[in-house]
Design a binder for this molecule. Sequence first.
Ligand code: AMP
Length: 223
Amino acid sequence: MVLGKQGAGKGTQCVRLSHHYVVPHVSSGDMLRAAVKSRAELGLRAQVLMDQGELVSDELIMEMVGQRLAQPDVRLRGFVLDGCPRTITQAEMLDELLAPETLDLVIDLEVPTHLVLRRLAARRVCVDCGTNYSVSSPPALKGICDVCGGEVVQREDDTEEAIGRRLELYERQTAPLLHFYRRANLLAIVNGTGAADAVTRRVVRVIDEHLMDDRGRPRSERA
Ligand code: AMP
Protein backbone atom coordinates (compact mmCIF):
# COMPACT_ATOMS: atom_id res chain seq x y z
CA MET A 1 0.00 0.00 0.00
CA VAL A 2 1.29 3.47 -0.85
CA LEU A 3 0.63 6.52 1.34
CA GLY A 4 1.61 10.13 0.77
CA LYS A 5 0.25 13.65 0.53
CA GLN A 6 -1.86 14.65 -2.44
CA GLY A 7 0.52 15.16 -5.33
CA ALA A 8 3.33 13.12 -3.80
CA GLY A 9 3.23 10.91 -6.88
CA LYS A 10 1.27 8.03 -5.30
CA GLY A 11 -0.87 7.43 -8.39
CA THR A 12 2.06 7.40 -10.80
CA GLN A 13 4.13 5.12 -8.59
CA CYS A 14 1.23 2.74 -7.96
CA VAL A 15 0.60 2.33 -11.70
CA ARG A 16 4.32 1.63 -12.21
CA LEU A 17 4.43 -0.84 -9.30
CA SER A 18 1.39 -2.70 -10.59
CA HIS A 19 3.15 -3.12 -13.96
CA HIS A 20 6.47 -4.04 -12.37
CA TYR A 21 5.04 -6.74 -10.08
CA VAL A 22 2.15 -7.66 -12.43
CA VAL A 23 -0.51 -7.15 -9.78
CA PRO A 24 -3.79 -5.20 -9.96
CA HIS A 25 -3.73 -1.49 -9.09
CA VAL A 26 -6.59 -0.81 -6.68
CA SER A 27 -7.21 2.94 -6.46
CA SER A 28 -10.15 4.30 -4.47
CA GLY A 29 -9.88 7.64 -6.33
CA ASP A 30 -9.96 5.93 -9.77
CA MET A 31 -12.94 3.82 -8.71
CA LEU A 32 -14.81 6.92 -7.55
CA ARG A 33 -13.98 8.80 -10.75
CA ALA A 34 -15.24 5.82 -12.81
CA ALA A 35 -18.47 5.86 -10.78
CA VAL A 36 -18.84 9.61 -11.41
CA LYS A 37 -18.24 9.14 -15.12
CA SER A 38 -20.79 6.34 -15.45
CA ARG A 39 -23.22 8.40 -13.38
CA ALA A 40 -23.62 5.50 -10.94
CA GLU A 41 -25.49 6.45 -7.77
CA LEU A 42 -22.34 6.10 -5.69
CA GLY A 43 -20.53 8.49 -8.03
CA LEU A 44 -23.26 11.11 -7.85
CA ARG A 45 -23.12 10.98 -4.04
CA ALA A 46 -19.33 11.25 -4.03
CA GLN A 47 -18.82 13.89 -6.72
CA VAL A 48 -19.64 17.01 -4.71
CA LEU A 49 -17.35 15.91 -1.89
CA MET A 50 -14.54 15.06 -4.31
CA ASP A 51 -14.77 18.38 -6.15
CA GLN A 52 -14.47 20.22 -2.82
CA GLY A 53 -11.52 18.12 -1.71
CA GLU A 54 -13.53 16.55 1.13
CA LEU A 55 -13.28 12.88 2.05
CA VAL A 56 -16.01 10.45 1.04
CA SER A 57 -17.50 8.48 3.96
CA ASP A 58 -15.50 5.59 5.39
CA GLU A 59 -18.42 3.17 4.93
CA LEU A 60 -18.91 4.00 1.26
CA ILE A 61 -15.19 3.77 0.50
CA MET A 62 -14.67 0.51 2.33
CA GLU A 63 -17.71 -1.11 0.76
CA MET A 64 -16.36 -0.20 -2.68
CA VAL A 65 -12.78 -1.24 -1.91
CA GLY A 66 -13.97 -4.40 -0.12
CA GLN A 67 -15.84 -5.50 -3.25
CA ARG A 68 -12.73 -4.95 -5.37
CA LEU A 69 -10.45 -6.82 -2.95
CA ALA A 70 -12.80 -9.81 -3.10
CA GLN A 71 -12.27 -10.22 -6.87
CA PRO A 72 -10.32 -13.31 -8.02
CA ASP A 73 -7.46 -11.39 -9.69
CA VAL A 74 -6.66 -9.57 -6.47
CA ARG A 75 -6.99 -12.68 -4.34
CA LEU A 76 -4.70 -14.60 -6.66
CA ARG A 77 -1.98 -12.02 -7.38
CA GLY A 78 -2.12 -9.55 -4.47
CA PHE A 79 -2.51 -5.83 -5.14
CA VAL A 80 -1.10 -2.33 -4.97
CA LEU A 81 -3.50 -0.23 -2.91
CA ASP A 82 -3.62 3.48 -3.77
CA GLY A 83 -5.43 6.26 -1.88
CA CYS A 84 -6.96 4.00 0.74
CA PRO A 85 -7.03 3.91 3.72
CA ARG A 86 -7.10 7.63 4.38
CA THR A 87 -8.39 7.49 7.96
CA ILE A 88 -7.70 5.33 10.99
CA THR A 89 -11.27 3.97 10.75
CA GLN A 90 -10.62 2.87 7.16
CA ALA A 91 -7.33 1.25 8.22
CA GLU A 92 -9.13 -0.72 10.93
CA MET A 93 -11.87 -1.73 8.49
CA LEU A 94 -9.19 -2.79 5.98
CA ASP A 95 -7.52 -4.98 8.61
CA GLU A 96 -10.86 -6.70 9.17
CA LEU A 97 -11.42 -7.14 5.44
CA LEU A 98 -8.00 -8.72 4.91
CA ALA A 99 -7.93 -10.94 8.00
CA PRO A 100 -6.40 -13.45 8.48
CA GLU A 101 -4.00 -11.95 5.89
CA THR A 102 -2.35 -8.56 6.43
CA LEU A 103 -0.82 -5.89 4.24
CA ASP A 104 2.77 -6.78 3.34
CA LEU A 105 4.17 -3.27 3.40
CA VAL A 106 3.07 0.36 3.59
CA ILE A 107 5.20 2.82 1.62
CA ASP A 108 5.07 6.49 2.61
CA LEU A 109 6.27 8.72 -0.23
CA GLU A 110 7.77 11.78 1.44
CA VAL A 111 7.59 15.04 -0.51
CA PRO A 112 7.74 18.54 1.05
CA THR A 113 4.50 20.54 0.81
CA HIS A 114 5.90 23.30 -1.43
CA LEU A 115 6.88 20.69 -4.06
CA VAL A 116 3.53 18.95 -3.78
CA LEU A 117 1.71 22.23 -4.46
CA ARG A 118 3.84 22.85 -7.54
CA ARG A 119 3.23 19.32 -8.85
CA LEU A 120 -0.53 19.48 -8.29
CA ALA A 121 -0.89 22.76 -10.16
CA ALA A 122 0.94 21.23 -13.15
CA ARG A 123 -0.76 17.80 -12.98
CA ARG A 124 -2.78 16.47 -15.92
CA VAL A 125 -4.45 13.07 -15.96
CA CYS A 126 -6.00 10.63 -18.45
CA VAL A 127 -9.75 10.37 -17.80
CA ASP A 128 -9.77 6.74 -18.98
CA CYS A 129 -6.72 4.96 -17.53
CA GLY A 130 -5.62 7.46 -14.87
CA THR A 131 -2.07 7.89 -16.23
CA ASN A 132 -0.59 11.10 -14.83
CA TYR A 133 1.22 13.73 -16.89
CA SER A 134 2.38 17.24 -16.11
CA VAL A 135 2.65 20.50 -17.99
CA SER A 136 6.40 19.93 -18.26
CA SER A 137 6.01 16.27 -19.27
CA PRO A 138 2.86 16.10 -21.45
CA PRO A 139 1.68 13.23 -23.68
CA ALA A 140 3.29 13.08 -27.15
CA LEU A 141 0.05 14.24 -28.80
CA LYS A 142 -1.53 17.20 -27.04
CA GLY A 143 -4.43 16.13 -24.80
CA ILE A 144 -4.26 12.44 -25.82
CA CYS A 145 -3.01 9.71 -23.50
CA ASP A 146 0.15 7.88 -24.68
CA VAL A 147 -1.02 4.68 -22.98
CA CYS A 148 -4.66 4.32 -24.02
CA GLY A 149 -5.59 7.24 -26.28
CA GLY A 150 -7.99 8.68 -23.67
CA GLU A 151 -8.47 12.39 -23.08
CA VAL A 152 -5.85 14.07 -20.86
CA VAL A 153 -7.27 16.87 -18.68
CA GLN A 154 -6.71 18.81 -15.49
CA ARG A 155 -8.61 17.14 -12.63
CA GLU A 156 -11.74 18.97 -11.46
CA ASP A 157 -10.48 18.78 -7.88
CA ASP A 158 -7.07 20.29 -8.70
CA THR A 159 -8.32 23.81 -7.90
CA GLU A 160 -6.46 25.94 -5.35
CA GLU A 161 -9.25 25.67 -2.73
CA ALA A 162 -9.74 21.90 -3.12
CA ILE A 163 -5.99 21.27 -3.02
CA GLY A 164 -5.70 23.30 0.20
CA ARG A 165 -8.57 21.38 1.77
CA ARG A 166 -7.11 18.00 0.75
CA LEU A 167 -3.75 18.85 2.28
CA GLU A 168 -5.45 20.00 5.49
CA LEU A 169 -7.42 16.74 5.68
CA TYR A 170 -4.24 14.79 4.95
CA GLU A 171 -2.53 16.29 8.00
CA ARG A 172 -5.55 15.77 10.23
CA GLN A 173 -6.93 12.40 9.07
CA THR A 174 -4.31 10.58 7.03
CA ALA A 175 -0.96 11.48 8.63
CA PRO A 176 -1.93 9.59 11.85
CA LEU A 177 -1.78 6.43 9.72
CA LEU A 178 2.00 6.74 9.70
CA HIS A 179 2.03 6.08 13.43
CA PHE A 180 -0.60 3.34 13.04
CA TYR A 181 1.49 1.44 10.48
CA ARG A 182 4.82 2.15 12.17
CA ARG A 183 3.43 0.49 15.29
CA ALA A 184 2.34 -2.48 13.17
CA ASN A 185 5.93 -2.65 11.84
CA LEU A 186 4.73 -2.25 8.26
CA LEU A 187 5.94 1.25 7.43
CA ALA A 188 8.76 2.09 5.00
CA ILE A 189 9.48 5.74 4.26
CA VAL A 190 10.77 6.54 0.78
CA ASN A 191 12.05 9.85 -0.59
CA GLY A 192 9.45 10.84 -3.20
CA THR A 193 11.33 13.82 -4.66
CA GLY A 194 13.08 13.86 -8.03
CA ALA A 195 12.23 12.19 -11.31
CA ALA A 196 9.51 9.52 -11.33
CA ASP A 197 11.99 6.87 -12.57
CA ALA A 198 14.34 7.52 -9.66
CA VAL A 199 11.45 7.32 -7.16
CA THR A 200 10.28 4.03 -8.72
CA ARG A 201 13.78 2.57 -8.36
CA ARG A 202 13.83 3.55 -4.66
CA VAL A 203 10.39 2.06 -4.02
CA VAL A 204 11.13 -1.19 -5.87
CA ARG A 205 14.39 -1.57 -3.93
CA VAL A 206 12.55 -1.19 -0.63
CA ILE A 207 9.81 -3.63 -1.65
CA ASP A 208 12.30 -6.20 -2.91
CA GLU A 209 14.30 -5.95 0.29
CA HIS A 210 11.17 -6.57 2.34
CA LEU A 211 9.29 -9.05 0.22
CA MET A 212 11.68 -11.00 -2.00
CA ASP A 213 14.01 -13.78 -0.95
CA ASP A 214 17.69 -13.93 -2.00
CA ARG A 215 16.72 -15.46 -5.35
CA GLY A 216 14.28 -12.67 -6.14
CA ARG A 217 11.20 -14.81 -5.46
CA PRO A 218 8.31 -13.49 -3.34
CA ARG A 219 8.60 -14.50 0.31
CA SER A 220 4.80 -14.81 0.35
CA GLU A 221 2.08 -15.07 -2.31
CA ARG A 222 1.20 -11.36 -2.06
CA ALA A 223 3.18 -8.40 -3.37
P1 AMP B 1 -7.32 10.55 -5.15
O1 AMP B 1 -7.40 10.26 -6.61
O2 AMP B 1 -6.79 9.40 -4.34
O3 AMP B 1 -6.61 11.85 -4.88
O4 AMP B 1 -8.84 10.76 -4.65
C1 AMP B 1 -9.66 11.79 -5.17
C2 AMP B 1 -10.78 12.12 -4.18
O5 AMP B 1 -11.59 10.95 -3.99
C3 AMP B 1 -10.33 12.52 -2.78
O6 AMP B 1 -10.00 13.89 -2.69
C4 AMP B 1 -11.56 12.16 -1.97
O7 AMP B 1 -12.60 13.09 -2.15
C5 AMP B 1 -12.01 10.85 -2.62
N1 AMP B 1 -11.35 9.67 -2.02
C6 AMP B 1 -10.49 8.80 -2.64
N2 AMP B 1 -10.10 7.85 -1.80
C7 AMP B 1 -10.70 8.10 -0.61
C8 AMP B 1 -10.68 7.48 0.67
N3 AMP B 1 -9.93 6.39 0.89
N4 AMP B 1 -11.44 8.03 1.65
C9 AMP B 1 -12.20 9.11 1.44
N5 AMP B 1 -12.27 9.77 0.26
C10 AMP B 1 -11.52 9.27 -0.76
